[in-house]
Design a protein around this ligand. Structure first.
Ligand SMILES: Nc1ncnc2c1ncn2[C@@H]1O[C@H](COP(=O)(O)OP(=O)(O)OP(=O)(O)O)[C@@H](O)[C@H]1O
Ligand SMILES: [Mg+2]
Length: 435
């Protein structure tokens, strides 16, 4: 068949066809045969036939070319009885090939009927053109034809139902995909807007805060150096006023520091969450990270008289990650351990685990009540207790640790017993475990 004719013939709106509802006024059955008697006999034999309460509408084609035109006019044809030898020896086969390969109609059932079996070897034809059945004309008595009609319509109707399900499913998936894409885009946009807003607010807060902290420092120094020597400190009331003032200067300095840390942490977390952090990819030994974090927090340990113990099993804890961010995690965990431990010691352990590396930081501090353990990695969750009734930090240290560990493909959690101590544990994939 020439290409131009094929193009003309297959010009149909496929999407529209697929949406057709599953309601049939009649089952369309096409008879393709160059012998008029066959049409008359078949139509006569099935004039009263019904399947699922629906009768049959016969469509007649007397040549291969006519059959190809009619199948395009009636894409909802359920069954075709197709003669093989008509205007040419292989007309029927050309029609079958056209329906399956060019129109891509895989739904219609095709039953080949031939009076000259030699023209269409059964096996080859059935496989090559997806023929549903192959009958020699003399085989098709009324009774047999009835069975063929029922089984073909049943199978067509099942195919149609499945196609409809499939179509509904695809439609739902497409709708959900569009919704999800839109939701993600708006969440990303909101996240970026939030970070921009936070950057702006942080900048606006930082400038006056820096000058406030500077003035507090200047005034307190001036008070100590210039004013205090001039004051008569023999009076008890004056002594009290001096110590109150010194204490208040201390509180102002501490709160100033806390406010600065809060601004920095809020910004840091927002930046990580918005995916705006540029992560370094260093090859680094975790034992070295712990060493550097311990060095940075050395004064905190000595101030509180806490001993730092080390247990490293073996060596070669090499990972690819952001050195500074990983040090930030360990510093956060060390500072927490120090902050919430009044006596005893803090131990860090590094060991291998089936998923890579396991790092633990144990303390002998106040511990965390059971009901709070799951919450300490959430933002601004600080446990109130007799020891920690005043917030000593921003409540963002652990959420930041969690984001950093998560970025490195790891996991972090806490275990604790109130009054006994806490263990913060994180797992990270080691380079040796990566494929
Ligand atoms: N080692 C620990 N022992 C007991 N409680 C802890 C320990 N580590 C964390 N917590 C509890 O978890 C809370 C949250 O910790 P997180 O590090 O997020 O905030 P923070 O230390 O209060 O402030 P920040 O780290 O931002 O300065 C703490 O306030 C504390 O109640
Ligand atoms: Mg902390």
């Amino acid at each position: 068949m020439n290409d131009q004719l094929v193009d003309e013939l297959i010009f149909t709106d496929e999407a529209e066809d697929r949406q057709k509802p599953l309601v049939h006024n009649k089952w369309k059955v096409m008879i393709v045969d160059d012998e008029p008697d066959i049409h008359e006999m078949t139509a006569f034999a099935f004039s009263n036939f019904t399947y699922m309460g629906v009768g049959v509408e016969f469509i007649s084609a007397y040549s291969g070319a006519e059959a190809m035109r009619l199948i395009l006019q009636h894409p909802d044809t359920a069954l075709i009885f197709l003669d093989v030898v008509m205007e040419r020896d292989d007309s029927g086969l050309t029609v079958a090939k056209f329906i399956r390969n060019e129109v891509k109609n895989l739904k219609v059932k095709i039953i080949l009927r031939t009076g000259q079996p030699g023209q269409a070897p059964e096996q080859e034809v059935i496989v090559a053109y997806d023929i549903n059945d192959y009958k020699e004309k003399h085989e098709l008595t009324d009774k047999k034809l009835n069975t063929v009609l029922v089984t073909s319509l049943r199978s067509y109707s099942m195919h149609e139902t499945l196609e409809q399900f499939n179509f509904e499913l695809e439609k739902k998936v497409a709708e959900r995909t569009i919704e999800l894409k839109a939701a993600k885009e708006s969440a990303d946009k909101a996240n970026l807007e939030k970070t921009d807003f936070l950057n702006f607010v942080a900048h606006e807060l930082r400038t006056p805060l820096t000058s406030l902290r500077g003035f507090i420092s200047i005034i307190s120094d001036r008070f100590e150096a210039k004013l205090l020597p001039l004051i008569d400190t023999t009076d008890k009331k004056i002594q009290k006023a001096i110590s109150n003032t010194q204490e208040e200067f201390g509180i102002m300095k501490q709160e100033g520091e806390r406010l600065s840390a809060l601004i920095n942490n809020v910004l840091d977390l927002a930046k990580i969450e918005a995916g705006r952090v540029e992560w370094a990819k260093d090859k680094v030994d975790m034992a070295e990270i712990f060493k550097r974090a311990a060095f940075s927090t050395n004064s905190l340990f000595t101030d509180k008289g806490l001993e730092l113990k080390t247990e490293i099993q073996g060596d070669g804890y090499i990972i690819t990650g952001d050195t500074d961010r990983l040090i930030q995690v360990v510093i956060n965990l060390f500072s927490n351990a120090i902050k919430f431990t009044d006596s005893g010691n803090i131990t860090y352990k590094i060991m291998r685990d089936n998923k890579g590396m396991r790092c633990e930081i144990h303390d002998t501090g106040c511990g965390i009540p059971k009901e709070y353990i799951g919450k300490v990695f959430e933002k601004f969750q600080q446990v109130a207790s007799a020891q920690t009734n005043k917030p000593k930090g921003t409540g963002l240290g652990l959420p930041i640790c969690k984001e950093i560990i998560k970025y490195h493909g790891g996991d972090i959690w806490a275990e604790s017993e109130e009054g006994v101590g806490s263990r913060f544990i994180f797992l990270l994939p080691l380079d040796e475990n990566c494929i």
